[in-house]
Design a protein around this ligand. Sequence first.
Ligand code: NAP
Length: 243
Amino acid sequence: MSLSGKVALITGGSRGIGRAIALALAGQGARVAICHHADPAAQETIAAINAVSGGIAVEADVSDEAQVRALFDAAEAQFGAVDILINNAGILYESPLVETEAADFDRVIAVNLRGSFLCAREIVRRGNAGRIINIASDLGILGREDMVAYTASKGGIIALTRTLARELAPDVLVNAIAPGSIETDMTSPATMSAEQIAKDLDTPLARFGQPEEIASMAVYLAGPESGFITGQCFGVNGGSVMH
Ligand code: NAP
């Protein structure tokens, strides 16, 4: 088990991609703290984690500085210092530019980008960080009409990744995963318009990815076999972006 003895903190780990990452890291022996905003699914996720390793769920808004500190306090109290941070919590907001209120833009940037900054700063301030993995998006590279706040936040996460990789080397390795369209609540018709879903699926592989297909990349980037990799952004995207 490649992550035995490690402690991982996954923001937004109650469902979707974060849940799959939490379970995959636990499957490699890591003890896992997840945070969520207000998700009743969190306890079910913790039960699944506890079946293979150890886990706790903490309610915390990643955009709030004090709540981020309390989140790390809770993880440390349970498991000791956090080694691996997965900045995964995120929200989507679909709206044409001219109809996007400044408050909506600020809210998306606060959760997606400020939250990643706050959690990265917190783990490094506490001095035990080994790996930081930021969940960006292929849309942070491609752009997407009617998603100005979301795409800006995700482009920002890619820049944050590169800066932190330089600033924290050689002690902390910092990488990003930029998923394509993954089948979660975020890409369900309740959250995303039919037009956007159709655009998402217009890729060479022409299907949704599964959360577990992101989790396997996260396990690799958290583990000992990726020790010479930092500052990279990995597309797990069905071919939506090709460099
Ligand atoms: P999801 O199913 O909607 O889950 C989002 C998670 O983030 C939930 O656990 C949610 O908890 C948590 N969260 C939201 N706001 C939060 C806040 N303020 N503080 C703490 N936690 C918060 O989304 P997903 O599809 O798994 O997406 C996970 C990440 O992957 C996001 O960053 C997303 O942008 C990125 N991504 C997703 C896709 C995709 O196609 N699904 C593609 C590219 C990138 P609550 O429910 O308790 O609020």
